[in-house]
Ligand binder design. Structure first.
Ligand SMILES: [Zn+2]
Length: 170
């Protein structure tokens, strides 16, 4: 399902995203129009959420291969028939697009499987976690996350109570 994200302050449409999108990186961003901070719902801090173990399962790739096979089957099926309302010279276009999409999805799944098997994906997540922990050392960033309702464990609060002494934070 595609969702639309608007700046909570000025209402400018900032981006569209899929509900299941899960990116890793800095959550707090600045609106290009009004310059006020917002929390980007696509982004997650691994230091807060932990490394999602389902990233290292094979089920997602099996599903991708099945989807890719379906696209290829669909393309082959279209090659066999004629599409109504499509001019003769571009009859090949749609089935080719299906086939290529299917092949691309299967290749992406195979690359994913290899990255899990070789430990490359695990190493990438370990690196992302270290980057996330690095960001959590910034009291200003932790303060903003808490302001936006993120539950930041005590060990990341550091000295922010002193620095932002005027504000009561959980
Ligand atoms: Zn704005």
């Amino acid at each position: 399902m595609s969702l639309e994200f608007r700046c909570p302050t000025c209402g400018k449409k900032l981006f569209s995203y899929e509900a299941r999108t899960r990116k890793y990186g800095e959550i707090i961003r600045k609106c290009g129009k009004c310059g006020v901070d917002y929390a980007d719902p696509r982004y997650h801090e691994l230091a807060l959420d932990g490394i999602p173990e389902d990233e290292f399962g094979y089920l997602q790739y099996v599903l991708m291969i099945a989807l890719g096979a379906f696209f290829i089957w669909r393309g082959l099926h279209l090659f066999g028939g004629r599409q109504l309302g499509v001019p003769e010279e571009i009859q090949w276009l749609m089935p080719s697009a299906f086939m290529l999409t299917g092949i691309a999805v299967i290749i992406a799944a195979l690359i994913g499987i290899i990255s899990v098997m070789t430990g490359a994906k695990r190493r990438r997540f370990d690196r992302l976690l270290r980057e996330s922990e690095q960001r959590m050392k910034d009291p200003g960033y932790v303060y903003k996350l808490r302001k936006f309702g993120y539950n930041v464990p005590e060990n990341y609060t550091g000295g922010d109570r002193q620095i932002y002494g005027g504000d009561t934070i959980r």
